[in-house]
Design a binder for this molecule. Structure first.
Ligand code: IP8
Length: 253
């Protein structure tokens, strides 16, 4: 089993500037594309991951929790986790409406991060779900972290971890932009080394996004052992059909 992993960016499926607000039309369109691809057999072993958008990031930012700065306040951790579960429930129900057999996997209850930042995220439940014909749906979350209480776990880190441990064949990141853009706002078709695009990527313009913007994503994707595509919402169907829309990131990981 060599799964395809698709991440739906939080800013794609939520209204990023309004706390806990879904972009229902965008989520419907994404769910339509997933359902259509499964129906026509373009993809079978599919794992979905979604980001936090105005659900997780709003609460993480309010509590001052990031991927490295943790909290020992359980109520703050539960507020962030609860918001992510709410968003996850929206994703599941829109998929179920279209006959996609989606099941949730909540990282807070599954894994942990050690003091060196290393992530231990056992995914045998997701593998078994795939084998039984389900579509596991993971999400960015908070995670118990040695020496920090809980920290934020980004959906991108889940994608890279799952891609490695489940030997993913392909990885897709659906973002609000049609790919990784250069300084002229043109899509860079292929990236094989971070240095080649560092100037074009700059830092993060992510606002409340506590896990960083495109530069951080590119770095993580270059470490994958599988090709990754970064593309916009209109290209979910093309990606699931096997095309390489947007930017293809091919590291030596
Ligand atoms: O949007 C972050 O996930 P991301 C999740 O994939 C939280 O970075 C809890 C902020």
């Amino acid at each position: 089993m060599t799964p395809t992993i698709l991440k739906l960016g939080g800013s794609v499926i939520t209204e990023k500037d309004r706390a806990e607000t879904l972009d229902g039309d965008a989520l419907d369109a994404a769910a339509d594309a997933v359902a259509a691809a499964m129906e026509c057999g373009d993809v079978s072993d599919l794992i979905l991951v979604h980001g936090g958008g105005s659900f997780g990031h709003h609460h993480a930012s309010a509590a001052g929790v990031t991927t490295t700065e943790g909290t020992d306040a359980a109520a703050d951790a539960v507020a962030i986790h609860g918001a992510m579960k709410t968003l996850n429930q929206f994703v599941l129900s829109r998929l179920h409406d279209r006959g996609v057999p989606a099941l949730p996997v909540h990282p807070l209850s599954a894994g942990a991060r050690n003091a060196d930042g290393g992530l231990d995220l056992p995914l045998s439940q997701a593998a078994t779900m795939l084998g039984e014909g389900f579509v596991p749906v993971l999400h960015g979350d908070v995670i118990a972290t040695e020496g920090e209480g809980v920290t934020v776990l980004s959906g991108d880190e889940i994608v890279t971890t799952a891609a490695a441990s489940l030997s993913a064949e392909r990885v897709g990141l659906c973002s609000t932009v049609p790919g990784v853009l250069d300084t002229d706002e043109e899509v860079i078709p292929e990236i094989t080394a971070y240095e080649d695009t560092a100037d074009a990527l700059g830092g993060s313009d992510a606002g409340e996004d506590v896990t960083g913007g495109m530069a951080a994503k590119v770095r993580e994707l270059l470490d994958l052992g599988a090709p990754a595509s970064v593309f916009g919402p209109d290209d979910i169907g093309a990606f699931l059909a096997g095309d390489g829309p947007g930017t293809t990131i091919r590291g030596d990981g």
